[in-house]
Design a protein around this ligand. Structure first.
Ligand code: PLP
Length: 260
């Protein structure tokens, strides 16, 4: 039987990030994808022109409909918008209904739009992180959560340790936002071992949807019962190819190519 993955995230009308990126990624990786939309964004490659949250009733009803019938072998969260929507999501996790949960702690889009209200950051770290199998912060998100900064490997490892204290089973600290690096290194830490995923940096402005796609790929591989380490390494290959073959559509940052 085909494995299933649920994404709880925002819609990107531009098709590059959010729910759209997640569903395309699930499809490409052979997993049946379902969705619960937290907010609609009016968005293109240039920026986010509007954010329209789904009602809390709508969010709860979508998750319930999917889980009561189809179920989920893994779950990924993206843009959660505010504390109320995080609390609804966390209430399903508390009941054990969100297995293999990958939390992408989306806060601000690359173009600067607020995708999570500032007041909701602590709700996310305190109420959702403890239920996660994996959290996938990039460097700016990790800095905001931990209050730490610095780019040495030692500091990155300490950051990963600090992030794990919020209670997830593992942390994937993504290095893609390192400004001057020729090599990008992501760090996977599960409390016991550090794993390093290094690739040569791809010089392109077309990276829209990178974070969503990477986390969705991990969720897809977890749904297929890969170990966390294997799922993250396979997802890293997928996202690297996706950036290499990104689309130059629109005037701004084009979307990554969601294809295996
Ligand atoms: N829009 C939505 C709905 C998202 O979930 C995200 C990221 O998670 C973005 C936009 C931002 O994408 P990017 O920063 O890659 O442009």
């Amino acid at each position: 039987m085909m494995k299933t993955a649920l994404t709880i995230a925002g819609s990107d009308s531009g098709g590059g990030a959010g729910i759209q990126a997640d569903l395309k990624t699930f499809q490409e990786l052979g997993v049946f994808g379902t969705s619960a939309i937290t907010a609609l964004t009016a968005q293109n490659t240039v920026g986010v022109q509007g954010v329209f949250p789904a009602s809390t009733e709508a969010l709860e009803a979508q998750i319930t409909s999917v889980l009561d019938d189809i179920g989920a072998d893994s779950v990924k969260t993206g843009m959660l918008f505010d504390s109320e929507r995080i609390e609804i999501t966390a209430s399903f996790a508390e009941k054990g209904r969100l297995p293999a949960l990958v939390v992408d702690p989306v806060m601000v889009s690359t173009t600067g739009a607020e995708l999570l209200k500032e007041e909701a950051r602590s709700t996310m770290t305190e109420k959702l992180f403890p239920h996660a199998s994996l959290i996938t912060p990039n460097i700016p998100e990790a800095e905001m959560i931990t209050g730490m900064s610095g780019s040495s490997l030692q500091i990155r490892k300490e950051m990963a340790r600090e992030l794990l204290k919020y209670g997830s089973e593992a942390v994937l600290l993504k290095g893609g936002h390192e400004p001057d690096a020729a090599t990008i290194t992501d760090i996977l830490f599960d409390g016991a071992e550090f794993h390093y995923l290094s690739v040569e940096k791809i010089e392109t402005k077309h990276t829209h949807g990178t974070g969503c796609t990477y986390a969705a790929a991990v969720a897809a591989f977890l749904a297929q019962s890969k170990s966390m380490k294997d799922a993250v390494f396979a997802a890293k290959q997928f996202i690297h190819q996706a950036i290499l073959h990104a689309h130059s559509v629109g005037e701004g940052a084009g979307p990554v190519h969601h294809a295996a």
